[in-house]
Design a protein around this ligand. Structure first.
Ligand SMILES: Cc1ncc(COP(=O)(O)O)c(C=O)c1O
Length: 365
């Protein structure tokens, strides 16, 4: 039945396609009546959160009746110190998605344009369209961002450029030199978002830490998250670093208590646990090698990835393979919604989980 309210929505909403999240384990098991499923669909940390994070969560349970510290003083101070910026440059979000949404609400509107790449993270088109702005999508080069092409799409209507480094779902990345050169060319009234959700996993010498460029580029916003290497996806916490004037604007649309007490405390405790991050990165590196070897032996091509996921070309409709894997209790992520109908994105799990996924893939192919 036609939606009675569709003609009464704000610009952009009527044609908006909602974000498709990875299927939760509970839903799959309910639907198929199976158990012992594994989820390798949302780029989470298979080791879970740091022990330090879990212990402070217990310690904060008595605080749950009170609103959180809306200014998140302790965590923002720790992040400011870690990144060598001022407190008034840090904005926390209910996940970094929340910050991406704030950026769109502050800088985009009907008649304005956002530039991002084909195959770029799905939240950029959603955040852009939700505020009635226009997406200018640059054709990808080798599945990754083509900065020259992106530059050619910037015009006097452009308000925001979104760049994921590395990108999800492709795992492609940009080197420091071309990215810095790109920033130099962007007019200083155009906001450039460098989304570093998978920053911790990247072990490439030429991979940049864009936070180092904040003082040169007041129009730069760098986003990070605690959902990936820090293993806190369920708590929903991420942040951005930006010029104080930009932070001030983001704060005008930020919900007053957007980051809950447990998330603030757990994120703060996680920052100290270097060992957990090191182990998470190492587990990921080994798991990535496991998949690369398996794909080679299966004769499958994949997109080289520096994230905690790998996107493989099945050479046929991935929806059927996804369905067959689900029946085996393995949840991965088809990426047809990104324009990659033959690809499947697999989040790197623990050794045994990866082995199970590879065995299942071998069976269903
Ligand atoms: C590139 C990229 N940016 C941002 C996010 C958002 O993560 P969160 O809202 O959990 O911080 C994700 C999550 O998958 C991502 O892949």
């Amino acid at each position: 039945m036609a939606n009675h309210f569709i003609n009464h929505t704000a610009p952009g909403i009527a044609n908006l396609k909602p974000y498709i999240p990875g299927k939760p384990i509970s839903e799959l098991e309910r639907d198929l009546g199976i158990s012992h499923s594994i989820k390798l669909a949302s780029n989470e940390n298979p080791l879970g959160p740091s022990k330090k994070a879990k212990s402070v969560i217990h310690g904060n349970l008595e605080e749950l009746a009170l609103y959180p510290d809306g200014g998140a003083y302790l965590l923002r101070s720790a992040l400011a110190e870690r990144h060598g910026v001022e407190l008034n440059q840090v904005t926390l979000g209910n996940g970094s998605n929340d910050v991406l949404d704030m950026i769109a609400r502050v800088f985009l509107a009907p008649g304005r344009e956002a530039v991002f790449s084909e195959y770029a993270f799905a939240v950029y088109p959603i955040a852009t369209q939700a505020v009635g702005a226009t997406a200018r999508i640059s054709a990808a080069r080798d599945y990754g961002h083509d900065l020259e092409d992106m530059q050619s799409l910037i015009n006097d209507k452009t308000s925001v450029v979104f760049i994921a480094n590395p990108n999800n779902p492709t795992g492609t990345w940009l080197k420091a030199k071309p990215l810095k050169a790109f920033l130099e060319t962007v007019p200083d009234n155009v906001i450039v978002v460098v989304d570093e959700a998978y920053f911790e996993y990247v072990a490439e010498a030429e991979y940049p830490d864009a936070t180092q460029w904040l003082s040169d580029h007041p129009n730069l916003i760098v986003t990070r998250t605690f959902s990936k290497a820090y293993g806190l996806a369920a708590l929903r916490i991420g942040y951005s670093l930006s010029h104080p004037d930009v932070t001030d604007l983001l704060n005008r649309v930020r919900q007053p208590f957007n980051v809950n007490t447990l998330a603030q405390a757990a994120a703060l405790a996680s920052l100290d646990d270097e060992q957990h991050i090191t182990l998470s990165i190492e587990t990921n590196r080994k798991g990535m090698a496991q998949y690369e070897q398996a794909f080679t032996s299966l004769g499958l091509n994949w997109i080289p990835s520096v994230g905690n996921f790998i996107t493989v070309d099945l050479g046929r409709d991935a929806a059927e393979i996804d369905k067959a894997l689900l029946a085996e209790g393995i949840i991965t992520r088809p990426v047809a919604n990104y324009g990659l109908p033959n690809h499947l994105r697999i989040s790197i799990g623990l050794k045994e989980q990866n082995a199970r996924c590879i065995d299942a893939l071998r069976k269903v192919l």
